[in-house]
Design a protein around this ligand. Structure first.
Ligand code: AMP
Length: 533
């Protein structure tokens, strides 16, 4: 029985040492190599003076060396904090100041950013530096306390772990509404519980070839990494360039003979838009999972028609409840482009509740706030009792709810079939000219008219009597002329006039966050500041 996340790799190294664990371009790492290198790294980390519970930041790309680093850190009883190395230095600096790492581990991709961040940190807050590559070690020079090349000089025997399953394994910093990132503290058992369920449910075995798509700082990546390793499967890192070039991504999926694909919807939308996937393409692919935001139904229909041999599952959940809390495997290709895909039923060990503002369960079919409880519930926000208290609620016993529930900030309803349905963020519910409107509903209609390759609908306060203006950002597609006027007249067939967007911006590609989700905050800022059409 696995107790700690790092036990998965140890087990696989004992049963299939020579099998490939990770593939990235022409780099390959076997299970024996992963185990050996991470044991040695753990010993080096301890030798450098790190102790149980110390934070270690990763300034690294999602490459085999980073996976070794994550395992080495956990084996040394420390807590890893993956940094988004595409983030601007001031944001990363705030994260570093908040988690106060004893050590940072870098590769060449992250060394420049580290350099910029360290320059702004006072002497007393400077962490030790370890380099997983010789090249980046040369860049940071004498500040380096350990270099991956030293691995050969240290014992390959794993240190004895002091951690228990409820101890933190990693901290993931997500964007906070105040601009200060919040650190979600996740324990070993938060992760192993989901991974064990997911591996069984999705039938991941040692013959599988799993995609490694989301970046390390995004919690979805913990499922592709540990889901694959716990099954003794091969994890194939998706090259960063493939996210920009549809043909490269298609070639990668074909040539790697992937059997399981897991990503946010944007990668799927990009491939659908470019029409690069042939009918019955990817013959090895068995499962396609998405999580993180709504996959527009027309895009799902496109994929299901092209790949009838694949099973499609929608996973839903916030970082605070670990990877995903509910799932819905789509039983048949939707017939109606306006049909919404449910977020489904709770994953094993999880519970979803739709509550009113008094924390009472609403009637089936009625809209309310979505709360989650269960095994995935994170420990807290890192050193932030105020924010933790605001969303990790302890309801009164009279309400017959679990002792701790997480307020997702999402709106949902539970259908008569028992399945949960996502209605949008509760801040995506707006008032416009007195009408209460779900922006998600407008977006669904916009996707259904078949004129747009991509779109997002956001609300921007006008400060006037109109309340919030409905703004549509779109990437034109389909046949014929696509202008705000033509979109509007087609959308008017599906929506009441008060729901039709008043402002429009056209894009070649919608702006995305570091996680690959549509960057709605950026869009709101653009609508706020730009002269609109
Ligand atoms: P994050 O913590 O970055 O994973 O973001 C969590 C939020 O993403 C949720 O609270 C939802 O608003 C949204 N989300 C996650 N999965 C889905 C999904 N399958 N469908 C719709 N929204 C989703």
């Amino acid at each position: 029985m696995t107790q700690l996340i790092n036990h998965y790799a140890t087990h696989q190294a004992s049963v299939r040492p020579d099998d490939i664990a990770i593939v990235s371009g022409n780099q390959k790492l076997t299970y024996a190599e992963l185990e050996d290198q991470s044991n040695r790294l753990a010993n080096l980390i301890i030798r450098a003076g790190c102790e149980q519970g110390d934070r270690i930041c990763l300034f690294m790309d999602k490459m085999p060396a980073a996976i070794v680093a994550m395992h080495g850190i956990m084996k040394a009883d420390c807590v890893y904090v993956p940094i988004d190395i595409t983030s601007p230095p001031p944001r990363v600096q705030r994260i570093v100041e908040s988690c106060r790492p004893r050590l940072v581990l870098i590769d060449q991709a992250g060394s420049k950013l580290l350099h910029a961040v360290l320059q702004q940190l006072p002497e007393t807050q400077q962490p030790m530096i370890g380099s997983m590559e010789l090249a980046s070690a040369n860049e940071v020079g004498s500040q380096c306390v350990l270099v991956a090349n030293d691995l050969q000089d240290v014992s390959a025997t794993a240190p004895v772990c002091k951690n228990s399953p409820s101890d933190p394994a990693h901290i993931l910093f997500t964007s906070g509404s105040t601009g200060i990132p919040k650190g979600v503290v996740l324990s070993h058992q938060n992760v192993t519980h989901f991974v064990d369920w997911g591996r069984e449910y999705f039938g991941i075995g040692s013959d599988d070839k799993v995609s490694g798509h989301p970046p390390l700082h995004f919690d979805l990546s913990t499922f592709d990494i540990y889901g694959s390793i716990s099954a003794g499967a091969e994890l194939h890192m998706v090259p960063a360039m493939a996210n920009l070039l549809p043909n490269l991504l298609v070639k990668f999926i074909r040539e790697s003979e992937l059997t399981q694909w897991f990503s946010v919807p944007s990668a799927l939308t990009m491939l659908a838009r470019s029409d690069s996937v042939a009918a019955n393409d990817f013959p090895s692919l068995r499962r396609l999972l998405w999580c993180g935001e709504v996959l527009p139904t027309p895009t799902l229909i496109h994929w299901m028609n092209r790949l009838p041999h694949v099973q499609f599952t929608n996973l839903y959940g916030p970082t605070e409840t670990t990877i995903a809390s509910s799932y819905y495997t789509v039983p048949a290709c939707p017939e109606d482009v306006q049909q919404q895909i449910p977020i489904g039923q709770p994953c094993e060990g999880e519970q979803l509740f739709v509550l009113d503002d008094q924390l009472r369960v609403v009637e089936q079919g009625e809209q309310g706030d979505l709360y989650i409880s269960g095994e995935g519930l994170s420990l807290e926000y890192w050193e932030d009792p105020v924010k933790s208290k605001a969303v990790f609620l302890k309801p009164s016993e009279k309400l017959a709810l679990p002792q701790k529930i997480y307020k997702t900030g999402d709106l949902a309803y539970q259908g008569k079939d028992g399945l949960f349905n996502f209605l949008g963020r509760n801040d995506s519910q707006i008032k416009s000219r007195g009408y209460r409107i779900e922006l998600g509903e407008i977006e669904t209609a916009m996707n259904a008219i078949g004129m747009l390759k991509d779109c997002a609908v956001v609300g921007v306060s006008t400060g006037g009597f109109e309340g919030t203006a409905i703004c549509c950002a779109f990437v034109p597609g389909g046949q014929g002329e696509v202008t705000p006027q033509t979109i509007r007249s087609n959308a008017a067939k599906l929506l009441p006039s008060y729901m039709l967007p008043a402002r429009w911006l056209t894009f070649d590609n919608l702006p995305k966050t570091g996680n690959g989700k549509t960057d709605r905050k950026k869009l709101r800022e653009l609508f706020d500041s730009e002269v609109t059409i």
